[in-house]
Design a protein around this ligand. Structure first.
Ligand code: SF4
Ligand code: FES
Length: 253
């Protein structure tokens, strides 16, 4: 008689933000076409570990289930990525699930990504417009520029590039690749360019461009294929020009 196919998972668990992490192994029934989230849902449905002991359901974040919201990031078999697009059939077992340690752990695989959202605030990653009356159509962007700006706009603040970057950690205040790339996006916008100097000033200081070690990990890990290192190189050029502008007190450089 053939044995029932199962999936083995080793999950790094943590009960509270300040408690010690520990590993718990699970063995769940296999179904075709499962992803990591459906495996976690199976554990939630029947929270019993591989030793047959009743345990607490594993906690994680998710929302869109189609690699758009960025909420479900975790480290899967050593690689930070989205759990909604991580197919069980394509993963080596036992499948190791860990939280992204660049961010404080809330519980189990759930992390607090505020660090990244605070950085987006710091670099003013928005276009300030007065929404109290109809401003009419905005200025048009040249098609070629619109195309690359669209690629940058796909960022879903998943935090994977920050997790992959060796220079983003608890000892550094480096804002990381995603917020830098958003500076390039908003500076490229005809209306957003009004605040270009302020955004550049924010990344020319501590925790900004100079903290990038050019490891290239970010661009390789981004699930959206965002050209992060190209953005960082372009910003380095913009920052140098801005430095001369500041030095000569002129807009003409
Ligand atoms: S740049 Fe890519 S990896 Fe980084 S937060 Fe945005 S989508 Fe995620
Ligand atoms: S649940 Fe939204 S990206 Fe995975």
């Amino acid at each position: 008689m053939s044995e029932k196919k199962t999936i083995r998972l080793i999950v790094t668990r943590q009960d509270r933000p300040d408690s010690a992490p520990y590993e718990e192994e699970f063995e769940i029934p296999y179904r075709p076409n499962m992803n990591v989230i459906s495996a976690l849902m199976e554990i939630r449905r029947n929270p019993v570990n591989a030793k047959g002991e009743k345990t607490t359901p594993v906690t994680w974040d998710m929302n869109c289930l189609e690699e758009v919201c960025g909420a479900c990031s975790m480290v899967i078999n050593g690689k930070p990525r989205q759990s909604c697009t991580a197919l069980i059939d394509k993963l080596e077992q036992p499948i190791r699930l860990e939280p992204m340690r660049t961010f404080p752990v809330v519980r189990d695989l759930q992390v607090d990504r505020s660090r990244m959202f605070d950085s987006l605030k710091k670099v003013k990653a928005w276009i300030p417009i007065d929404g109290t009356y109809d401003l009419g159509p905005g200025p048009r962007m040249p098609e070629r520029k619109r195309q690359w700006a669209y690629e940058l706009s796909k960022c879903m603040t998943c935090g994977v590039c920050l997790e992959a970057c060796p220079n983003v950690n608890s000892k550094s205040n480096f804002i990381g690749p995603a917020p830098l790339s958003q500076v390039r996006l908003f500076n490229a916008h005809p209306t957003g360019a009004m605040h270009k100097a302020e955004r550049l000033a924010a990344i020319m200081g501590d925790g900004g461009l100079a903290n990038c070690g050019n490891s290239q990990n970010c661009v390789q890990s981004c699930p959206k294929g965002i050209p992060l290192t190209t953005s960082i190189a372009a910003l380095n050029r913009e920052a140098t020009i801005q430095m001369f502008r500041n030095f000569f007190g002129s807009d003409e450089v």
